[in-house]
Design a protein around this ligand. Sequence first.
Ligand code: C2E
Ligand code: MG
Ligand code: MG
Ligand code: MG
Length: 289
Amino acid sequence: RAKDQGRGTAVFFSQAIEHENRERMELEHALRNVLGSEQLFLEYQPKLSLRDGRVIGAEALLRWQHPTRGRIGPDRFIPIAEESRMIVPIGRWVVRSVCQQIREWRAAGMGGMQVAINLSGLQFKSETLLQDIVEALAENGLEASCLELELTESLTIENPEQTIELMKRFRAMGISIAIDDFGQGHSALAYLKRFPLNTLKIDRAFVRDLTTNPDDEAIVHMLVALAKTLNLSLVAEGVETVAQLQYLRDLDVDAIQGYWFSRPLLAADFGAFCRAHATRGVHLPWAPV
Ligand code: C2E
Ligand code: MG
Ligand code: MG
Ligand code: MG
């Protein structure tokens, strides 16, 4: 009996794996034709200064609206795009779209906005990234300081020397660099010191239970101390509650992203959000009314 059950489970798993493989292949195929279609677009999540509630910029987040499957999340399709190297042309499209968007916002009177772009390791290693960014900035008449690049820790371990060199070139241009999802990976702290960084972004996994879980609390305290020692600015992502907000403010975190004040928004809605909060910023609970 137990044996039969075991066999049943094995069959179930092999069917599940087969299903997964088929779906991946289908998505990979669909991704090849997605560039230049309306299926791919960006949302922008505001970043808020905890000092005064001002919107200081946004993070561009890639969206895929599949014609029959509906929304497919980036956590699902970006690994597939990486495997097929489609992430390189897709990433180039992201860079251009973001630069065009910043130009449009400026034309509409929204200046001083810094937009962060997520880069996968493959993109960062691609020969053309620097050139693509230089061109996109020039075509839209933008200075480099309106862009920030978000890189993950994995990049920093694989090829530190080359990574440092490229980072330095971006920094010399005036582009900011952030380490994303900090605490999730395992960057060697010794390297961290050598990376020309501006910002650490605390992974939302640590923010989620920050106010209830002593382990997460300890980790966040450690990350904050580290950022201070290295003189980096700190952004916390995934802030959903006032309790988290207060906690992060008491720790002197510089900026936040999260559903507490805004989900990622379509470009037009982001514009409206910024205009609505242009004069006084988003109201923070500790600020006088
Ligand atoms: P990420 O860069 O760490 O982005 C933050 C993720 O947290 C986003 O998920 C965002 O929608 C979500 N988020 C923000 N605030 C909250 C909150 O309060 N609660 C919760 N539960 N979630 C929140 P999203 O948009 O699904 O993106 C997932 C990941 O996909 C990103 O993580 C990033 O690593 C990757 N990604 C997105 N766009 C791009 C892109 O253009 N290029 C590359 N290479 N990767 C991208
Ligand atoms: Mg990010
Ligand atoms: Mg992140
Ligand atoms: Mg993440």
